[in-house]
Design a binder for this molecule. Sequence first.
Ligand SMILES: CC(C)(COP(=O)(O)OP(=O)(O)OC[C@H]1O[C@@H](n2cnc3c(N)ncnc32)[C@H](O)[C@@H]1OP(=O)(O)O)[C@@H](O)C(=O)NCCC(=O)NCCS
Length: 238
Amino acid sequence: MGHQEDHAITCSLRRPGTESVTTHTTAAEAACVEGGERTTRHLPRRGLSDPSGILLLMPHDSALDLVQIADPREVTPELRRELIDCWITVTNTGGAAGFPFPPVGDDDVTPVADQLLNRLDPNRSRLLVARADGLLAGWVVLNRDPHRLVGHRGTVHHLQTRPAFRGRGIGSALVHELRRIARDELGLEQLHLAARGGEGLEDFYGRLGWREIGRWPAALRLAPDDTRDEVLMILAPL
Ligand SMILES: CC(C)(COP(=O)(O)OP(=O)(O)OC[C@H]1O[C@@H](n2cnc3c(N)ncnc32)[C@H](O)[C@@H]1OP(=O)(O)O)[C@@H](O)C(=O)NCCC(=O)NCCS
């Protein structure tokens, strides 16, 4: 991820239930701000990296706004619509984000999206939305079962970015911020996810510090002639 060295990045975070927005140049800076007061803009990207050496790829002329939502009442009808549209587009362009059999339409996605949105809860399920220039560019969900046996870990679901916004660091920014939320707000120690094999996702997550801990061979039959492994990945410590 060493290219675009001369760009700056802009990344804004909005805390749940607040309107304040903070702008940062790297995910690491975003991760270390607690009060929402610190603002840093448009520093040169060269040499800026997070603790794991990862640079984000968001050019500064395209501001990224990360908004966390942990309460169904905070989901506006507009956001719900955008989220459903994003999920349909991502699925119908081949994305591995929860619907394995495209094409899908409103009737398929809306009930699943509503279930997901209605389950939002500060302690159990958080939605993180990325907006670029005011448009929904991507989203991801962090779930956590608070039972004391497994309450120290969380699972990441449905990470997706709109095809038009890919390769600009938005997927990475969502994963970085989700990690911060998991660690700093939920006190989690590890994150898990299951990814479809054959999509290059191991590499994407690997560059963000995740590691493969298991692989279920030929677990997913997408079509009679297309059977994939399911890859289990973990991020720990957070
Ligand atoms: C995976 C996904 C979220 C990445 O989003 P993104 O916004 O493009 O991510 P970034 O721009 O932060 O990507 C960072 C790097 O990873 C690479 N990358 C992105 N997706 C990749 C993939 N599927 N395989 C391999 N590399 C990938 C990018 O090319 C970029 O590399 P570069 O720095 O060398 O240019 C997006 O491709 C997507 O929505 N895919 C469909 C849904 C999906 O598969 N979700 C995963 C659920 S587990």
